[in-house]
Ligand binder design. Sequence first.
Ligand SMILES: [Zn+2]
Length: 308
Amino acid sequence: MRIVLLGAPGSGKGTQAKLLVEKYKIPQMSTGDLLRAEVSAGTDLGKRAKAAMDAGQLVTDDVVLGMIQARLAKPDAKSGFILDGFPRNIPQAQSLDAMLARLGQPLQLALLVDVDTDVLLKRLTGRRTCGSCGAIYNIYFSSPKTANKCDKCGAALQHRSDDNEQTVANRLKVYQQQTAPLVNYYKAQGKLRTVRGVGAVSSIFKNVTDIIESQIRPLADVMGKIESAAARQAAKAKAAAVAKAAAAKAAAKVAKAPPAKAKAVAPAAKPKPVAKKAMPKKAAVKKATPKSKPKKAPKPAAKAKKVK
Ligand SMILES: [Zn+2]
């Protein structure tokens, strides 16, 4: 299954992506992970990406697409992938579609994890992290028992600077301007499905898998059946062709047999190989060669012995 996950920062799509990886055993491709892997492996793409980052520039779309394509070629991506964090805008989506079309692996589903903006704001701005043990809280949804104190270790909770309202509002604005239009892009392709990203993680995931099972699985199953039926037919045709060829060979040898028998009259030794050759043929093509014919073969040999 080939899926793109869409959703605003704080929608929880990353959590859903991880659950999908576990359930369907297909890799999650996030551009950040791909970038780090290519850079640390020192590939050409990695070097180009690093040069851009060192110069304080964005990594270009063709480098990112090249990394995705390289990742798709790995064996674990054979049965599909989950793209998370790419594409982020319409031009990237168009380049991705073009590349996947060339590979014959078009996207099957664009899954939007939809969460209202006021909830996103609370999720992102209400986040508090324990400075000591790393436990995560949210003052709106999962507040600690004592304000600003970690339930587990009692240490003070911290409010990360990129969780402040101004930064969060900017991130959501960028999402609305660049990524939200992708919803319409995939809707126009008939590939968009939406799941509400509120409530328990497990119930959201249930809705996600229901969509996948109903949208992708039946198609994959049908394709699988068509492929296996075609394979069976091809195997049948091949077997028939082999049998026909064997029958034709057998017929030809049977036709040649009489002269061999005639020659066999002179040296006593020669008829035996003829008989041996006839035996496998009989075994291979049961119906094509009547049992009586090969049985006749030894007779001239016997006669020949008598003659001598
Ligand atoms: Zn703690």
